[in-house]
Ligand binder design. Structure first.
Ligand code: CA
Length: 197
């Protein structure tokens, strides 16, 4: 009898207290409108380092090799020679065998002093060394060496690209000769873009 009385008392207490508690703790709704930032192009917060700051700089002058006729020897799989100057580092040329020659017909005579060889800057393209020399020609038959065979380090940290600078010279044809590539998964030269400035 005593316990039934206790239950009734507790029930009465709860029915009197709970509505008051609910009224007292009503939460005010606060709505804050945030305007979405302009997102039509990639943005980087100022506190984040821009990885392209470490890239080997290339001349800002015209790239005479862009979309010009190119000739090389055998290539691997689908990695055709025309990938080498299509203005995209996501497409690349890969030779089959050594040495591998890439001739670019500039279709006119230009004063040139730099050849750049670029790979895809993505870190999936691990660092590698390619041995390269450069020759130039006025007629596409007789060539003169302007940069002797040397090892060049490609590294995604520096944009996976190298530049070969030489004394200014008139050239209508540029031949870039590859002798070796230290990358483990290829048996040929690799170049996503070859640029001539
Ligand atoms: Ca390309």
């Amino acid at each position: 009898m005593k316990s039934i009385l206790s239950i009734v008392l507790v029930a009465l207490l709860l029915t009197s207290v709970l509505p008051a508690f609910a009224e007292d703790t009503e939460i005010e709704t606060i709505v804050t409108i945030v305007t979405a930032p302009e997102q039509t192009e990639a943005q980087r917060p100022p506190c984040f380092v821009d990885p392209t700051d470490n890239y080997i700089p290339l001349p800002e002058t015209e790239n005479y090799a862009l979309n010009k006729p190119v000739t090389s020897g055998a290539y691997t799989d689908v990695y055709v020679e025309t990938n080498v100057n299509d203005d995209s580092t996501t497409t690349y040329w890969e030779s089959k065998g050594w040495p591998a020659e890439m001739v670019i017909d500039l279709q006119a005579s230009y004063t040139v002093s730099t050849v750049a060889v670029c790979l895809n800057p993505s870190s999936i393209w691990e660092p590698r060394i390619q041995e390269i020399s450069v020759e130039i020609s006025a007629d596409g038959e007789s060539y003169t060496e302007v940069a002797a065979k040397a090892n060049y380090q490609f590294d995604p940290e520096t944009g996976n690209r190298i530049r070969i600078d030489f004394d200014s010279v008139e050239a209508a044809f540029v031949k870039v000769i590859f002798y070796k590539n230290s990358a483990s998964r290829t048996g040929g030269a690799q170049a996503a873009e070859i640029c001539v400035y």
